[in-house]
Design a binder for this molecule. Structure first.
Ligand SMILES: *Cc1c(COP(=O)(O)O)cnc(C)c1O
Length: 384
C-alpha cells in the first residue's frame, strides 16, 4: 500500500546524516562525558563541540545552551526555573491560551503554587492581541511565555514585537518562547527574536527523540527544578546522552541551513493543498491564512468526526492527526481550537496535515483523492 506520512508536527523521521553522526557514540565511543579518562574526554569533546555548533546556529554563546531531556523538560525548566528564581521580586506570570500542554499545564501548576497566572486570549486566526498583552503586563510580571508558532494551527506570532513590548512594559519580566514546531521553516537567531529563553526539541526537526535544547540568555535568573550530578550547569543533571546531543546539533545545523529553501518549497505545496481541500466544501481552514507555518494545513470539517476521518485515512496509508496528537485519545476537543472561538461541534471535525521537507505534489494528490472519498462516505453514514 502507498504510505504518505503527513504528521510531521507530531514527529519527524531521523535524518540519515544525523544517524551517521550519532552511530559512533552508540557503539565504540560510549564513554561517560564526566569521566576523566580518554573515553570520557572523547565524549566530553563531542558534547562541547555539539554545544558550539548549536550556539553558532542560534547566534549565541555556547554556555547559553543547555541540553535537556526533551522539549517538555526545556519548557518546564524555563518556566518553573525562572518563576522560582524571581518569586521574591514578583508573582505575576503571563502566557497564552493556545500554548502546548508542556507550557500550559506548567503555568496552571504554578497557579496553584502562589503565583498569579493570566492566559492571553487569541483571535479567530490564533494571534495574540497586543492591547490585551499591554493591559495584562504590570510591575509584578516576572515571566511571559508565547510560542513562536502553534503546533496545531500553524499561526506564527510576531515574537520580536511581543518581546519588545514585554521588556518595555515590565522591566522585571523574562521572555520565553517555545519554538519547537518552527525549526525547519523559520529563522531562529535568538537576537533577532529578542527572547531570553527559547526551547526546541530535536525530534521535530529530523533529530532523535528524547533531546531538548534550552537557550538561556546570559544573566537570566533561573534555578534548577531537578537535582543530582551537576550536569548542564546544574540545570539538567544526569549523565549526558552524547549520541542524542551530537545528533541534535547536526539536525539543527541542517534544518537552519535549509529553512528558507524548505519554506519556499513546502509553502507552494501547502497553498495548493489548502485550496483543493477548501473546494470540497463544508470545511474551514484553522489558523491564520498567511501568517502560518508552511507545513501545517489544518481544517475543521462540518458533520464529520475527526477521529473517524483520521482512521479512514490511516486505512489508506495516510498519517495525520486530529486536534493535536497529544490530545487525541481524549474526547475533549483541542483547547487551541476552542480558544480560537471554534465551536465544540466544529472542533470535533478537526484534522491536521503537517507536510515534510520532502513531501511531493503526487503524494498530496493521492491524499486529496482519498480524503474526498472518505468524506463522502462518512457524511452519507451520518446522513448529513
Ligand atoms: C512537540 C511539542 C512539545 C513537546 O515535545 P516533547 O518532545 O513531547 O517533549 C512542546 N511544544 C511544542 C510547540 C511542540 O510542538
Amino acid at each position: 500500500m502507498k504510505k504518505v506520512y503527513l504528521d510531521n508536527a507530531a514527529t519527524t523521521a531521523l535524518r540519515k546524516e544525523v544517524l551517521s553522526a550519532m552511530l559512533p557514540f552508540l557503539k565504540e565511543k560510549f564513554g561517560n562525558a564526566s569521566s576523566l579518562h580518554s573515553w570520557g574526554q572523547e565524549a566530553r569533546r563531542a558534547v562541547e563541540e555539539a554545544r558550539e555548533r548549536v550556539a553558532k546556529v542560534l547566534n549565541c554563546e555556547p554556555f547559553e545552551i543547555i541540553f535537556t531531556g526533551t522539549t517538555t523538560v526545556s519548557d518546564n525548566l524555563a518556566i518553573q526555573g525562572v518563576a522560582s528564581a524571581l518569586k521574591d521580586k514578583g508573582r505575576h506570570l503571563l502566557t497564552t491560551a493556545i500554548e502546548h500542554h508542556a507550557v500550559l499545564d506548567t503555568f496552571k501548576f504554578l497557579g496553584t503554587q502562589g503565583y498569579k497566572v493570566d492566559f492571553l486570549e487569541v483571535n479567530r486566526e490564533g494571534l495574540v492581541d497586543f492591547k490585551e498583552l499591554e493591559e495584562r503586563l504590570n510591575k509584578e510580571t516576572i515571566l511571559v511565555s508565547v510560542m513562536l508558532a502553534n503546533n496545531e494551527i500553524g499561526t506564527i506570532q510576531p515574537i520580536k514585537e511581543i518581546s519588545n513590548l514585554v521588556h518595555k512594559t515590565s522591566p522585571l519580566a523574562v521572555f520565553h518562547s517555545d519554538a519547537a514546531t518552527a525549526v525547519e521553516y523559520l529563522d531562529l537567531d535568538v537576537k533577532k527574536l529578542g527572547v531570553d529563553l527559547l526551547t526546541l526539541g530535536s525530534h521535530k526537526f529530523g533529530g532523535p527523540k528524547g533531546l531538548g535544547i534550552l537557550y538561556l540568555k546570559s544573566g537570566t535568573a533561573i534555578k534548577p527544578i531537578t537535582f543530582g550530578g551537576h550536569h548542564e550547569r546544574t540545570l539538567w543533571s544526569g549523565t549526558e546522552d552524547v549520541a542524542g546531543i551530537v545528533g541534535t546539533s547536526v539536525a539543527l545545523e541542517l534544518a537552519q541551513k535549509e529553512w528558507r529553501a524548505n519554506y519556499k518549497r513546502v509553502e507552494k505545496l501547502q497553498k495548493y493543498f489548502i485550496a483543493e481541500v477548501l473546494k470540497m466544501g463544508a470545511v474551514v481552514l484553522t489558523g491564520h491564512p498567511e501568517k502560518r507555518l508552511p507545513d501545517i494545513a489544518s481544517f475543521c470539517f462540518e458533520n464529520v468526526e475527526g477521529e473517524a476521518l483520521l482512521l479512514g485515512l490511516d486505512d489508506e496509508g495516510i498519517g495525520c492527526s486530529t486536534g493535536s496528537a497529544c490530545t487525541s485519545g481524549n474526547l475533549e476537543p483541542s483547547h487551541v481550537l476552542l480558544a480560537c472561538g471554534i465551536s465544540q461541534a466544529l472542533a470535533h471535525g478537526s484534522i491536521r496535515f503537517s507536510l515534510a521537507r520532502e513531501t511531493t505534489k503526487e503524494e498530496l494528490d493521492y491524499v486529496l483523492k482519498v480524503l474526498l472519498k472518505i468524506l463522502k462516505k462518512l457524511r452519507k453514514i451520518s446522513g448529513r
